[in-house]
Design a protein around this ligand. Structure first.
Ligand SMILES: Cc1cc2nc3c(=O)[nH]c(=O)nc-3n(C[C@H](O)[C@H](O)[C@H](O)COP(=O)(O)OP(=O)(O)OC[C@H]3O[C@@H](n4cnc5c(N)ncnc54)[C@H](O)[C@@H]3O)c2cc1C
Length: 424
């Protein structure tokens, strides 16, 4: 008589992009020899998003170049790769994932890593109109790129955050008429603060972008099924052939809602709330844009929508899940305490930020040249330095600035060290 068949234990990773791929690769690299189901609702294998608002939108890169791994590399991971498949529910008690819009496929899992990212916010009135865009997926980028292939278009960009600023820069470089509609005088002001944000606004103006601040955009105006402009709070319409909505995003957690989630005490307010190990419940971990986890060094929950964090947290979640499943083999769980990092490319400028800039109560900016803009800035809260920003600086100097805030230090001392670094 043959031995009864015991199914191999399975870990499911939901979301097949940067964080999900890093988690799946991490599981394999760390030695998980059970099944790994990587489930993603997009039809494409994992691809990278930062180039979408830069090289893809400008036409410099063809879509294939955004692939995070080639077919051979993916095959070598031995994944149960389920693309074009939505996860629609998860029961934490039974550790059972439900897949597909018909909800017919159920997967029992030893553990689950949630890496479902975020979805773009929209504005009323735009859904059915041609010429209204968001910029999150490769298809979104290609749709806007096709429109920008016709010369002389009028593009209204709603939102002066990083996405809006990058798209505005690309559209200007392509020669289009661009209006950037924000609610502040500063570009990326929420993250960079008013002083640097105003300097960046100056850069966009110098490149010919029209900036309209001070009024919220309340909707999209359309005619005969096409967008004709963005409507401001006072009723004024900013006329445009295309409107890009870059007004923030919403964590993709709705699929997790349900009685099971409630019973397990999942908190889905602004993402999947996790502890310092990226765990939301026993056997359930979060990673990337969707995860709001407790950062012990910062002393609070944070959710970070940056590319590097997605990879680092995917790996951290994988490691900690394995440690929970088999502590003897995989060792103790470790808190996830990264120094956050993001970059942005606008015109010929590279912005690089290490640590936490948003919400700072003090900023000290060292201007190091006017055109193109070059600066180093220190950000801090309550007498502690928490973040540093480099614009247009060489990599070595940027690295030495990063070292200043690897562990948040006293404000005055860190500022002296920053001044010494940029003067050297
Ligand atoms: C245009 C653009 C430019 C950017 N530029 C920069 C930059 O210059 N620098 C920087 O640091 N960061 C940048 N970012 C941010 C960075 O790309 C993100 O932080 C990173 O991609 C997050 O990866 P993620 O895997 O957590 O989430 P995502 O990339 O959002 O991936 C989540 C995946 O899960 C899928 N999914 C959602 N729900 C389900 C479900 N129920 N079932 C199955 N699958 C599901 C989604 O469709 C998606 O494929 C940019 C982002 C965008 C959109």
């Amino acid at each position: 008589m043959s031995a009864p068949h015991t199914p191999r234990p399975r870990i499911a990773v939901v979301g097949a992009a940067a964080a999900g791929l890093a988690a799946a690769e991490g599981l394999r690299r760390l030695g998980w020899d059970g099944d790994i189901a990587l489930i993603g609702d997009e039809p494409r294998p994992p691809y990278d998003r930062p180039p979408l608002s830069k090289h893809v939108l400008s036409g410099a890169w063809e879509p294939e170049r955004t692939a995070l791994r080639d077919t051979g590399q993916l095959a070598a991971l031995g994944l149960d790769l389920r693309l074009g498949t939505r996860a629609v529910a998860y029961d934490p008690e039974r550790r059972e994932l439900t897949l597909g819009d018909d909800g017919r496929t159920a997967l029992r899992c030893a553990g689950v890593i949630v890496a479902t990212g975020v979805a773009p916010r929209t504005l009323p009135g735009g859904d059915a109109l041609e010429g209204v865009h968001v910029l999150r997926t490769l298809d979104d980028a290609l749709a806007l790129r096709r429109r920008l292939a016709t010369p002389g278009r009028r593009l209204a960009v709603v939102g002066g955050g990083v996405l809006g600023a990058e798209a505005a820069a690309v559209a200007r470089a392509l020669g289009h008429r661009v209006t950037l509609l924000g609610t502040e005088e500063a570009v990326m002001g929420r993250v960079l603060g008013p002083e640097v944000g105003r300097l960046l606004a100056g850069v966009h103006r110098a490149h010919g972008v029209t900036l309209r601040a001070g009024q919220a955009v309340t909707g999209i105006r359309g005619e005969a099924g096409r967008a004709t402009g963005a409507v401001l709070a006072d009723g004024t319409v900013v006329e445009a052939d295309d409107v890009l909505l870059a007004v923030g995003s919403v964590p993709a957690v709705d699929w997790l809602r349900g009685p099971g989630a409630e019973a397990a005490g999942l908190d889905l307010t602004d993402g999947l709330r996790c502890d310092e190990f990226c765990a939301a419940a026993p056997g359930l971990y979060g990673a990337g844009d969707v995860a709001r986890w407790y950062h012990p060094v910062l002393g609070r929950h944070v959710r970070i929508e940056h590319r590097m964090n997605a990879s680092e947290q995917g790996l951290a979640a994988a490691r900690n899940l394995l440690s929970e499943l088999d502590p003897e083999r995989f060792g103790e769980r470790r808190p996830f305490t990264p120094v956050p990092y993001f970059w942005s490319d606008q015109y010929d400028l590279k912005l690089q930020a290490h640590g936490v800039l948003a919400g700072a109560d003090r900023t000290e900016v060292r201007l190091l040249g006017g055109d193109p803009l070059r600066l180093a800035a220190l950000y801090g809260t309550a007498e502690r330095a928490t973040g540093v920003l480099a614009i247009g600086l060489p990599p070595r100097l940027t690295r030495s600035l990063r070292a200043l805030i690897a562990t948040p230090g006293p404000w005055a001392e860190t500022l002296t060290r920053l001044t010494a670094a940029v003067d050297a």
